[in-house]
Ligand binder design. Sequence first.
Ligand code: ADP
Length: 657
Amino acid sequence: MSNTPPTSPNGKDRSKKGLPGPARWYWFYILLLALILLPYLFGKGLGAKQLNWQEFEQSILPKHAVERIVVVNGQTAQVYIKPSFVNDPYFREVLKPRFGSGIRPGPHYELAIGTIDLFERKMADAQRNTADKEKIPITYETTRNWGIAIFEWILPLVIMLVLWRFLLGRMGTGDIGGGSSIFNFGKSTATLHEKEDKSTVTFDDVAGLEEAKTEVKEVVDFLKDPARYTRLGAKIPKGVIIVGPPGTGKTLLVKAVAGEAQVPFFSISGSEFVEMFVGVGASRVRDLFRRAKEKAPCIVFIDEIDAVGRSRGRNAFYTGANDERESTLNQLLTEMDGFSTNSGVIVLAATNRADMLDPALLRPGRFDRHIYLELPSQLERKAIFKVHMRPLVMAGDVDVDFLAAQTPGFSGADIANICNEAALIAARRKKDKIERVDFMDAIDRIIAGLERKSKILSPTEKTIIAYHEAGHAVTSWYLPHVDPLSKVSIIPRGKALGAAWYLPEERQLRTELELTEKLSATLGGRAAEQLVFGEVTSGALDDLEKVTKEAYKMVAYLGFNEKIGQVSFYDSTGTYESSLQKAYSEATGRLIDEEVRKLVDKAYQAALELLTEHRPQLEALAQFLLKKEVVYQEDLVGLLGKRPVAEAQVIEGPQSH
Ligand code: ADP
């Protein structure tokens, strides 16, 4: 804490003035209250006695004591009594003043009248026998109650003043992280991470990603010591784009850059630029870069840049082009061109769809460095596990190598999640240390969702599920090119009623045979139902979806079909993604559909045949599942026999891809 004198919200020092701020406001409130109450304290109507018509007609009128009547606002009749009646015992009370001597000024009585009409009629009736001369004069007056009037005027004024002060206050403080007040919706909503709360992430916290780290280290070096580069005339990249699937550590890498370089960093998500109002995005971009330049050297991090940087003109077919996004993108391009290369602002952007980005954004001088992040390999996963296990209290039996082997296809974020989940599970089990079994359960939970043992299934349903899962297991067991099976369970998890776990090998390439066998294994569940029960259930929805997608991929994208030939309709640029147009003719479309159907049918037949052949094993496994609910790899060997080994597929090398 610093010991500078306290300042008011809008920055002015109050101690210079005689009165401290709040005291001045008290005076204002007291004055206001006095103004409002004044008319009530000294007002005209004060002290008049309230009457009703009967009293007035019977006790006052007959005495001929009324001097005049004033009807105020058509509601109240104010009665003035002649001063000469001051000694009359009846009127003394109202005519004598409370203090001093003389006559008290009227009105002396007040009575509520219904309507003016009614009152006049009653008066006329009451004075029927009175001579015209002596009739009581009635006048009409419209007055305002000043108390209420002032209130009516002052209150809105006060409300406005208070509101104004509030908004001004917001404007004063709304400079950073604003965007919420009506005055600064054009301002950038980027959050500034200043030195004080600067990123504490370092490269040590980023496991694996060695190539990416080498690339960004240069950015760190430049931010730390720009002279070393500029002296040699080198130009530093203005923008670095980090591309990779979600959870692979893009944000983490940027945080590490900021943490290592010890510079402030602005972070904003691409979607925050695009708002409902046209022009807001562009002005936010301008504002962001203005602020960044003030803070240079610094890092601007734009997450999900595809929200603004998507190829222009795409989807023009039915959206009529998204003007707002385009103008935002144009502004971004202009800004990136606008600041000189060595101004000390480096823009880092992250996306998982680099193919969607506008080529203009990627050209030299803008985001000219591209860093590709992949899902981590087994070694990298091991390193990531180690990073996230650092703060955990671990038991000795946890084998990091084993965990890394069990988690193919997991991203860094998944692994971070597993570690946390394992800790939670261990805590729930009231353990002192996190054990291997907690990690295993955490992995299962993340792959397949939480076990829901409470889900009610009828015995028939359970049997069907057992045969369905056994069908997957048996087909994949006897098809040599399918990934090895590690576990089968019929405990409902998440939405699934049962599940089979595979250990995919880490390879980038898959052969046609492997993919076809995988189709059969996926259809094995339904085939088992067909074989055993003679009818099929809705339980295969998920399998069928997978099979359909995979089969279309094989036929239309991978060139695995003879009739379609070596053509691929895969569209990495996404041009056709959302248009109604197709990249192929209708005849080809029909052929693709036909071939997909043939392929799937063949795979299904293969599954049926395999299961017929191994019917005893299918029965044995299903019964085992019904008894134990879970089957592990060790038991599978006992039940199904040794798994046939795939003959090495001959791929003559060397080949380049
Ligand atoms: P994204 O690529 O979607 O931006 P993040 O950078 O936000 O992913 O990663 C999410 C979390 O995953 C990180 O906070 C971190 O805990 C974990 N993580 C991802 N990759 C790694 C890695 N290489 N090393 C350590 N942790 C990682």
